[in-house]
Write a protein that binds this ligand. Structure first.
Ligand code: NAD
Length: 473
């Protein structure tokens, strides 16, 4: 592999004259350049994907499945180099960075085993009605920087399995690993089936307004999701929007604090809290509040925050400068409001985007740090003593992505889970998302579904065919 990165359009490498600087968030320094797609590059990618769609949709499903499995093998064969590149552009320490490459490969393999169902809604003496699921055409995939590979593969795998072709755009903050994967897959997938383009802020809007796309599959913030929906409305493109969250976790008084503290901590802070389904509001019963707070604060003080390239680092930097500024502003607001902030250990000085781990000790419900999605390591921990009240508080949010309940009484926890207005609820666990299980945000956390059969079918158009039993017209 070279230090040069190219887009993949129609199975070939494409560079651009102007380029996009890519910063290592641990150092604040530019370490590579990515192509900066022009409108003509995007047009070429859409044209290639349209052309490839004809052959790809006609390719037997078994062959498409085999090519997805071969893609998984090819990615995995480069896991080490891809993990190292991921660390440099995204900031996550190597173990977690490499893990995402393996997860992406496994995701491809699991989705490759899925079947596209044919439903029979009537099979009577006179007729048979079959519901087939046809591919839509060319899909635009737009992904964020927090899980730049896995969230891309969440789109690539089902879209391609279903017979669509794709133009994928990584985030301008983390374009490199997916560009590299595009280069690797040039030898595996037919030309034009998966095109990968990188660019600046203008590329996303060019894609959502491009008439060549049948569908937009978008993961990112709620604010951008609304712009995507508006743009897609012009020609009624299909959309799936996976957006922001402000997930509540409810910790009941019967938990073993020592046993759950570590998992609750990482459910909030892993990937430096840059996870759509991280715990972002931690509601803890008053009886165990002090004990859990002290335990979490103890873990926070022991965790090494730093350059992921250094041994022992558990949490890397915030991924990019604008997000770093947003998190700092939120922290400043919490300080100015006189909230009680419990800090973790030291963070490196210098130009890297480092923020300490902070637990906000029982802030008021209307504090910005409670109401807003922080997407950084500032966790509000809030006391409750009444279950009805805490369910109401958890649900009092424009978001509805996921949530968690912690209790030794699993039945009672399930009863609470049924009353949370979210698409996913974990009991005594967190952050687990699977290829065969639907993931769908409620309220302003999203539109549509990813994963599971329901997610796969979002890349298809149902076609109901009424077939008479006798050949009379
Ligand atoms: P973002 O919305 O700023 O950007 C996401 C992607 O959209 C990027 O590729 C960006 O270049 C592109 N984009 C920006 N403006 C666009 C426009 N007008 N039209 C089309 N595309 C445009 O989000 P981000 O900061 O990269 O990611 C963080 C957010 O993503 C958080 O809110 C997080 O909760 C959310 N997220 C959600 C999920 C989920 O599955 N629900 C998963 C991960 C992240």
């Amino acid at each position: 592999m070279t230090d040069k990165f190219t887009m993949t359009i129609d199975g070939a490498g494409v560079g651009t004259e102007a380029t996009l600087p890519v910063v290592n968030p641990a150092t604040g320094e530019v370490f590579a350049q990515a192509p900066l797609a022009t409108r003509e590059d995007l047009d070429r990618a859409v044209t290639a994907a349209k052309k490839a769609f004809v052959g790809w949709r006609a390719t037997p499903v078994a062959e498409r499945q085999a090519l997805l499995r071969a893609s998984a093998d090819a990615i995995e064969a480069h896991a080490k180099a891809l993990g190292e590149l991921f660390l440099r552009e995204q900031g996550r320490p190597l173990e977690g960075a490499t893990a995402e490459i393996h997860q992406a490969a496994n995701w491809l393999r699991t989705v490759a085993a899925a079947e596209i169902p044919v439903e029979v809604t009537e099979d009577s003496e006179s007729r048979r009605i079959e519901v087939h699921h046809e591919p839509l055409g060319v899909v635009a995939a737009i992904v964020p920087w927090n899980f730049p590979v896995l969230l891309a593969i969440w789109k690539v795998a089902p879209a391609l399995l279903a017979g669509n072709t794709m133009v994928l755009k990584p985030s301008p903050f983390t374009p490199l690993t997916m560009l590299r994967i595009g280069e690797i897959l040039r030898d595996v997938l037919p030309a034009g089936v998966l095109n990968i383009v990188s660019g600046g802020d203008e590329l996303g809007p060019w894609m959502t307004s491009h008439p060549g796309f049948a569908k937009i599959s978008f993961t990112g913030s709620t604010a951008t999701g609304k712009r995507v929906m508006e743009s897609a409305a012009k020609d009624l493109k299909r959309i799936t929007l996976e957006l922001g969250g402000n997930d509540a976790a409810i910790v009941m008084p019967d938990v073993d604090v020592d046993a759950v503290a570590q998992q609750i901590f990482f459910g909030a802070f892993w990937n430096s809290a840059q996870i759509c389904v991280a715990t972002k509001r931690l509601y803890v019963h008053a009886d165990i509040y002090d004990a859990l707070r002290d335990r979490l604060h103890g873990i926070a003080r022991m965790i090494k925050v730093g350059d992921g390239a250094e041994a022992g680092t558990v949490l890397g930097p915030i991924q990019n400068a604008p997000q770093f500024q947003r998190v700092q502003a939120l922290l400043e607001d919490a300080r100015a409001a006189g909230l009680n902030l419990l800090y973790g250990g030291d963070v490196p000085q210098g130009k890297g985007y480092f923020v300490p781990v902070v637990i906000v000790d029982n802030p008021p419900e209307d504090a910005r740090v409670v109401v807003e999605e922080a997407f950084g390591p500032i966790l509000p921990m809030i006391k409750f003593d009444d279950v009805e009240d805490v369910i109401a508080r958890a649900n009092d949010s424009p978001y509805g992505l996921a949530g968690a309940v912690w209790s030794r009484d699993v039945d009672a926890a399930v009863a609470i889970a049924h009353r949370l207005d979210t698409g996913t609820v974990w009991i005594n666990q967190n952050l687990s998302l699977l290829p065969n299980t639907p993931f769908a945000g409620r309220k302003q956390s999203g539109v549509g579904i990813e994963n599971g059969t329901a997610g796969l079918l979002e890349f298809t158009q149902p076609k109901s065919i009424y077939i008479p039993k006798a050949a009379t017209a």
